[in-house]
Write a protein that binds this ligand. Structure first.
Ligand code: DGJ
Length: 737
């Protein structure tokens, strides 16, 4: 291996601007705990030299050798943005055909710039300018380092001034290189409706592993754009504090592709971006193509730190109102489905008020007149109140809610249309469908062509119209129940732009709505949770993780989501799915944003009283659950574990909420010994008190009050006594010193 110790320009000053003068340029991008070192060599090739723990002394980055070891025939394996058509032999990050038909590209370093964009939150933006030495074609690599939360956001900007159009065939957001481990283990997730976020871990072997989606709208129904890499050894899911872990998320609510390539020298190349499948992009001179962001965080202290990094970052920098509050709600969907009227809804609202929720959410079925939305075969797209079900309109309901003292929210699925609708009859050209082939439906519906500005206007006006007409409207549940079949736009000049322009259209609508309604909570839903990513979560305050609300299933689904998303964003509703006791289903829903979607009138008195009390207890616990740090203690995914156990600890470590759920129902399954807690202050004493017990619970088996030190609880632990009679336990910890 050729080791360089060369002249280096290193700077982490607030603003730096360096021009290469045939010298090596080191560009460290750092957060509190992470460093990425990029280096431009004397040939102008830019490489990723290091991704890992931040070094104590910034000057030491210059000593890191290049990866130009034996077997790299191209000198490009570690490229920070691998081009194609010249000497590259591996998977490219960018592939283009120039205006003159030439398919080659080289990108040489020009200069870089580092700006501290936000001195308060310590966000530093590093911009690296690259250009082709032959063609007037430029790429800018952007890296935003969120110092305090240890997240790095990366995207690329592509532009040219060639005479004519350049065809972009591949245009990644990120191209990372890892050369620090012997082995790499990938945990990715798969699923389908009601089976979201099932993890699977594999060792990465030479060749390419691809995660992708081609569904168009519901990007992650089969495979979410979130993953975890463990360096050297598989993840120890039973010890969240161990291991060198990197987790990534592509912030794109559409077709994506993430490739993991173990190269011939056994290093890991990671390429992430929009899926190039059926998506050649025709870029005119002077126009910019900006890729979506790829986000990642890393820790040498295990998956627990990685998750807490995501959560803090998301609350602070990504999710609207992330550090704010949320509303508990009652949804009518699983009580009424499409069959309701004003009287039924107002009586549900009254029960909701009596229960103690903050908001009533009216779901699907309130619209359509020529084709009333009485089932999912018709009416979608006709957003006028159904006069039979709601003769006095939505205002009657918002007023009724106001009189009762609760808020009112509404379901909408504005990206979609049923063929049996007036919208379809009047605007066939707005529908994504092949003009000369039979239509093919997903849940009896078709997506609208959001790449068409007229459709964007229609969708914006539909939602804006609801808010304008009903100023008391306080919440939106935005659903998306179909994928894109027969991808074809009747207005887009480039069919291969459709998948990309669909998502851009969606973001443009959402961004207009967010600007106009900055404080309105909006739930991202997609026939379950198959749509969430950190692109969509720029606009939505929360998301629906799955239609599967079976308590036991939910332990697993929610657990997986905690790897990436904070609990304030997870809508968990108590429903009639599953055979678990009401307490179990309530306790699992409390591990996020609690809501109800069940026929409350059918609850017996003690179930109703229990639920009322649960909401009161939740209002005391929710601040710590929503804004605290999560520590996963016992994983339900590890074979042999009878429980799932996790704790949320508030910032001052004065309050914590500890959940334990039984996940094995075999003979004598339960917790036979202590579980060691985490995240507490060893020097504080905590009073432990079991809460949210069912009214008839024998007080003698309820845990607490008992006072123990944080030191004791973290070193020796405590047994929450989960067993077949106590299938879920919530213990509240309050510091007494
Ligand atoms: C799918 C959602 O996941 C459900 O909660 C409900 O809103 C239905 N759509 C309504 O059609």
């Amino acid at each position: 291996m050729n080791i360089f110790f060369v002249y280096s320009c290193i700077s982490i000053l607030a603003i730096t601007n360096v021009v290469a003068q045939n010298s090596t340029v080191n560009i460290p991008i750092v957060t509190a705990d992470i460093a990425v070192l990029l280096r431009a060599n004397t040939n102008g090739d830019i490489s990723v030299i290091y991704i890992g723990k931040r070094l104590q002394n910034d000057a030491d980055y210059a000593s890191m050798p290049n990866f130009d070891g034996d077997g790299d025939y191209s000198g490009l394996y570690s490229s920070a943005y691998t081009t194609s058509g010249t000497r590259n032999l591996l998977e490219p990050a960018i592939q283009v055909v120039h205006a003159d038909g030439n398919p080659s590209l080289e990108l040489k370093y020009v200069r870089y710039q580092q700006n501290r964009t936000d001195p308060q939150t310590n966000i530093t933006l590093t911009t690296i300018y690259l250009k082709d030495p032959i063609y007037p074609f430029d790429v800018t690599l952007n890296y935003k380092a969120y110092y305090d939360t240890n997240v790095i956001e990366q995207w690329s900007t592509i532009q040219h001034s060639e005479t004519g159009v350049v065809v972009l065939q591949k245009y990644c957001s990120a191209n990372l290189y890892f050369a620090s481990a012997h082995n790499y283990y990938l945990t990715h997730f798969h699923g389908d409706w009601a089976q979201e976020m099932r993890p699977v871990e594999i060792p990465l072997t030479p060749g390419i592993k691809v995660l992708d989606t081609k569904l168009g709208t519901r990007a992650d129904m089969f495979q979410p754009p979130s993953f975890i890499i463990s360096f050297n050894q598989p993840i120890n899911f039973d010890d969240d504090d161990q291991g060198e872990i990197l987790a990534g998320n592509l912030a794109w609510t559409g077709n994506y592709q993430i490739q993991f390539e173990i190269d011939p020298v056994r290093n890991l190349r990671l390429l992430a971006g929009i899926n190039p499948y059926a998506s050649e992009y025709y870029l005119a001179a002077g126009k910019e193509f900006v890729t979506p962001s790829f986000l990642f965080t890393y820790s040498a202290h295990g998956l627990g730190t990685v998750s807490r990094n995501w959560h803090r970052w998301a609350r602070k920098h990504r999710i609207p109102l992330g550090e704010n509050t949320r509303m508990t709600l009652l949804n009518n969907w699983e009580t009424t489905y499409f069959d309701f009227n004003e009287t039924a809804l107002t009586s549900l609202m009254k029960i909701g008020k009596n229960l103690g929720v903050d908001l009533f959410l009216l779901d699907d079925g309130w619209f359509g007149n020529k084709y009333p939305r009485d089932n999912d075969y018709q009416g979608l797209g006709d957003w006028q109140e159904n006069v039979k079900k709601l003769p006095h309109g939505i205002s009657y309901l918002t007023d009724a809610a106001q009189t009762l003292g609760i808020k009112f929210g509404i379901w909408i699925e504005p990206e979609m249309v049923n063929p049996k609708s007036e919208l379809y009859e009047n605007h066939l050209d707005w529908v994504i469908r092949q003009p000369n082939r039979p239509e093919y439906y997903f849940r009896n519906q078709l997506p609208l062509d959001l790449s068409n500005p007229d459709v964007q206007e229609f969708v914006f006006n539909t939602v804006d119209g609801l808010f304008t007409k009903h100023p008391l409207l306080s919440y939106i549940k935005w659903d998306c129940n179909a994928v894109i079949y027969n991808a074809y736009s009747s207005s887009n000049p480039h069919q291969s732009h459709l998948y990309i322009d669909y998502v851009r259209g969606l973001y443009s609508i959402m961004s207009r709505l967010r600007t106009k309604y900055p404080t309105t909570p909006m739930m991202l839903c997609s026939g379950g949770g198959s749509r969430v990513d950190y692109g969509a979560l720029q606009y939505f305050t929360e998301f629906w993780p799955s239609d599967n609300t079976d308590g036991l299933e939910r332990v697993f689904i929610q657990w997986s989501y905690t790897f990436f998303y904070p609990s304030i964003a997870l809508c968990n509703h108590v429903t009639n799915w599953g055979k678990q006791p009401l307490k179990f289903r309530t306790d699992i829903a409390m591990m996020g944003k609690l809501g109800y979607d069940m026929a409350l009138s059918k609850l017996n008195t003690s179930d109703f009283i229990f639920s009322q009390q649960a909401l009161q207890i939740y209002s005391r616990l929710k601040d710590t659950i929503w804004h605290g740090d999560i520590y996963r203690l016992v994983s339900p995914y590890v074979t042999g574990n009878d429980v799932a156990s996790l704790i949320y600890v508030n910032e001052t470590q004065s309050h914590a909420v500890w959940f334990t759920y039984l996940v094995n129902y075999r003979y004598q399954a339960g917790t036979v010994r202590s579980i060691r807690l985490k995240g507490l202050d060893p020097n504080k004493k905590y009073q432990l008190q079991e809460v949210n017990n069912y009214p008839s619970t024998d007080e003698s088996i309820v845990i607490g009050p008992v006072t123990l030190s944080g030191d004791y609880l973290m070193k020796f632990g405590f047994n929450p006594k989960a067993n077949a009679d106590r299938t879920s336990i919530i213990i509240e910890l309050q510091s007494t010193s």
